[in-house]
Design a protein around this ligand. Structure first.
Ligand code: FMN
Length: 195
């Protein structure tokens, strides 16, 4: 495992994956990192649903792409050139980018901090993944993957309580062979105020 600061600086959003699945032990560690994240009131609201069924992930990813209307990239305004997102490349039809592991984080619908709790858990998990040499990508607006009859059927199949909603997805997989590790954009200035 890397030092925490090394992982913070090294982690980047990965959207081009190898087909190879991640090992069980690595997945278990990443999930532990999520379980030990802070949560509002210590309520441990987030529920982590791990899907490694390529057919289900592809179908949900495609439905999510079809329900997404991102502002498409322009010359100087883009998400990533090295690991293009659906906003960068209109040819990408799967909002999960073929990731071999997709974890959907669900939170209680009537809880004010459901989204923050899931985001904290995802932050821990992305750093843990980086420390283990595994690429990750945070996918927002998780519920859009399920806003179709197929998505609703999957929620029933997974036994998701109707008072929970999908906050986000976390994609996991090994970065594609030969891809250089993405270089972060320069940090925008003026975002720290010492008062
Ligand atoms: C709240 C949130 C929502 C995001 N949603 C998406 C998404 O829907 N699709 C995607 O490809 N990346 C998504 N990302 C990943 C960002 O695009 C990525 O973190 C950002 O471009 C910075 O790149 P870096 O993570 O490599 O530093 C999301 C990130 C956050 C924090």
């Amino acid at each position: 495992m890397k030092d925490v600061m090394d992982a913070i600086f090294h982690r980047r959003a990965i959207r081009r994956f190898k087909n190879r699945q991640i090992p069980e032990e690595a997945l278990a560690k990443i999930l532990q990192a999520g379980l030990y994240a802070p949560s509002a009131g210590g309520r441990q609201g987030p529920v982590f649903v791990v899907c490694q069924d390529p057919e289900v992930n592809e179908k949900l990813g495609k439905l999510k792409r079809a329900h997404s209307h991102p502002r498409m990239a322009t010359g100087e305004n883009y998400v990533s050139r090295q690991q293009p997102s659906i906003a960068d490349d209109p040819k990408l039809t799967d909002a999960f980018y073929g990731a071999p592991t997709v974890i959907t984080l669900f939170g209680p619908k009537n809880f004010l901090f459901a989204a923050e709790d899931c985001a904290c858990a995802a932050g821990n998990m992305m750093l843990a993944a980086d420390g283990l040499g595994i690429g990750s990508c945070y996918i927002g607006q998780g519920w859009t993957a399920f806003s179709s009859p197929y998505g609703q059927e999957i929620l029933r199949r997974w036994g998701i309580r109707t008072d929970y909603y999908a906050v986000m997805q976390l994609l996991l997989g090994y970065p594609r062979e030969g891809d250089p590790h993405p270089v972060p954009k320069p940090r925008r200035e003026g975002r720290i105020l010492r008062v």
